[in-house]
Ligand binder design. Structure first.
Ligand SMILES: NC(=O)C1=CN([C@@H]2O[C@H](COP(=O)(O)OP(=O)(O)OC[C@H]3O[C@@H](n4cnc5c(N)ncnc54)[C@H](OP(=O)(O)O)[C@@H]3O)[C@@H](O)[C@H]2O)[C@@H](O)CC1
Ligand SMILES: Nc1ncnc2c1ncn2[C@@H]1O[C@H](COP(=O)(O)OP(=O)(O)O)[C@@H](O)[C@H]1O
Ligand SMILES: [K+]
Length: 506
């Protein structure tokens, strides 16, 4: 797990490290600079390249000047430009500047014309203008500088965060550097993982700068990202076991002539390792599902005037109480029979419930359905479904993913998986998780149905619900990344994600 901090938290932790633990600020800066310089020096042709470091007057600029000094000692062809005045320097940055002056370092203050020339002749630009201290919209010469760098199309490495991105929200404050690579100091910043900031960072690498682990304990709300899938996140497989050992998932999905969602969710659960998948779906889908997914048990129902036939309802109730987890909603429709199914499942089901797609659309129109539920519930809305659930415009959901996911969790006592390019996972009481795996090839019909099956598969195998939610999102994204390797962004479809689940979980 990697931590994600707001810019404010990072500043608090820096201060705590310096003032309370007594690690001098310049020591942290030197570690940061060494880490960044190493990233620059591992470039394949660095001995033939010209590096330009563009520095502000705060500590991000100080990092940049120290990087320049280290590169000079390693015979890298480097030049430095300072944007701002000498009297604006922070204490540490002034120190870095004075060292470089004594070393006769190649350092100049910004001038429009010469800057244009320096940018033109550079191969690599290091962005050290603003870090987590950016506090307002960028204007004037700073704006010109960023425009010139972005216009040059040169390879840009941002120190800590691209200059222009608000580290707390990911918003662009007026204008921002578009980096090819971002070296995050100590931890991810929220502004690097939320959009649009995420797009400006491109490849993000976190480097350690020596902040003691103890210093992180002062933060109010922990946010993490799951970086890679580790064995301890997965269900255990025992040498002596049978299909009963790996749980049963009930998938209530599909509606008249809509069988695909049930198929995708059920197959994804199987590919995640579950012992048995039981599908409840309208009678019309029986033949196609039996031929597409013969491994599943199928129970079907018919309805008259919106009522599910009594004897079918009895069979469904039996099924509800004979599984370890229920996934409800994919392709279900919002018709009255679907609503009845959802209400009855929440009323009679005791096992964890994953509500997706139409299950959520039904709730959006009947919020009371979620009142007084007894079982753990995971809801998996995309921003459109979330907008209906919260009665708020999609843009508000997109701008405030974490807040809205938290609101949903707290109001209804549920685990919320708010799906987006970087999905957010919250619960009323636990830490917040943000997923960084996956890609835009996954913006394809049925990808969400697959996720519901993966999470269901993990819960059925005994993984605790919140852990199953964030682990499922990670597996789904990693499988999407593997699918992209073979099929590319354009050609991949939901089944390709499923096909790659076994590879990811190997
Ligand atoms: N010891 C530590 O703490 C360590 C910190 N580290 C590094 O320091 C970075 C944080 O440094 P920081 O806090 O000095 O802020 P930074 O991002 O350089 O910018 C602030 C400067 O910009 C100015 N300014 C702000 N907005 C502006 C605008 N729109 N337009 C124009 N000016 C604007 C602001 O001026 P002011 O608001 O005071 O007028 C101030 O001068 C962090 O990301 C990491 O790289 C590491 O070395 C590890 C140890
Ligand atoms: N650009 C992207 N990057 C990463 N993941 C994505 C991207 N676009 C979509 N996804 C993922 O794909 C899934 C799409 O789900 P959803 O919108 O419910 O699809 P559907 O309703 O068609 O099944 C979500 O898990 C989402 O996080
Ligand atoms: K920067």
């Amino acid at each position: 797990m990697n931590r994600i901090l707001t810019g404010q938290d990072m500043k608090k932790i820096d201060r705590n490290t310096i003032d309370y633990y007594g690690i001098p600020s310049l020591v942290l800066m030197e570690r940061a600079a060494l880490g960044v310089a190493n990233e620059v020096m591992i470039r394949e042709f660095i001995n033939k390249e010209k590096v330009l470091i563009v520095c502000g007057t705060g500590n991000n600029g100080g990092d940049g000047l120290a990087v320049g000094r280290i590169l000079l000692s390693n015979n890298v062809d480097v030049k430095m430009v300072i944007v701002g005045d000498y009297n604006q320097f922070s204490v540490e940055t002034k120190k870095q500047y004075e060292i470089l002056v004594k070393l006769n370092g190649p350092i100049v203050f910004y001038q429009e014309e010469s800057f244009y020339h320096l940018v033109n002749e550079a191969d690599v630009i290091v962005d050290a203008i603003f870090g987590v201290g950016l506090s307002r919209d960028i204007k004037g010469i700073y704006k010109e500088v960023i425009q010139t760098i972005n216009g040059s199309k040169k390879y840009v490495i941002a120190i800590d965060i691209p200059s222009g991105i608000d580290a707390n929200s990911g918003k662009v404050l007026g204008i921002s550097i578009k980096a090819n690579q971002t070296i995050a100091l100590s931890a991810y910043k929220l502004g690097q993982v939320l959009f649009p900031g995420h797009e400006y960072c491109n490849e993000i690498k976190v480097i350690d700068i020596g902040i003691p682990l103890e210093a992180y304990k002062k933060i109010d709300k922990n946010i993490f990202t799951m970086s890679k899938l580790t064995q301890d996140m997965l269900p255990t497989r025992k040498p002596r076991s049978n299909k009963g050992s790996y749980g049963k998932v009930l998938v209530m999905a599909g509606s008249k002539n809509m069988s695909g969602a049930a198929y995708l969710s059920g197959l994804a659960a199987y590919r995640t390792g579950v012992g048995l998948v039981h599908i409840v779906t309208p009678e019309d889908n029986r033949i196609i599902l039996q031929s597409q997914l013969p491994e599943a048990i199928i129970t079907t129902y018919e309805f008259n005037n919106g009522c599910i036939e009594q004897n079918h309802m009895e069979k469904i109730k039996q099924a509800i109480n004979n599984v370890d987890v229920i996934v409800i909603g994919p392709g279900l429709s919002t018709e009255i029979d679907a609503k009845t199914l959802l209400i009855e499942t929440i009323k009679h089901g005791k096992v964890p419930l994953i509500i997706d797609a139409d299950g959520l659309n039904i709730i959006a129109k009947n919020k009371d359905i979620l009142k007084n539920h007894q079982q753990p519930i995971i809801v998996t809305p995309h921003p459109g479904e979330m907008s209906r659930l919260m009665n708020e415009p999609v843009q508000i959901i997109l701008d405030q993913l974490i807040e809205k996911a938290m609101n949903m969790s707290e109001q209804h006592n549920v685990i919320t998986v708010l799906k987006d390019s970087n999905t957010v996972i919250t619960s009323p009481t636990r830490d917040i998780y943000i997923n960084l795996s996956g890609n835009n090839g996954m913006a394809t019909a049925g990808a969400g149905d697959v996720l519901s099956g993966v999470i269901g598969g993990l819960v059925a195998q005994g993984i605790e619900t919140f852990k199953a939610a964030y682990t499922g999102v990670l597996i789904h994204g990693l499988a999407g990344d593997k699918a992209k390797e073979s099929k590319g962004y354009y050609g991949m479809i939901a089944r390709d994600i499923i096909q790659n689940i076994p590879e990811v979980m190997k």
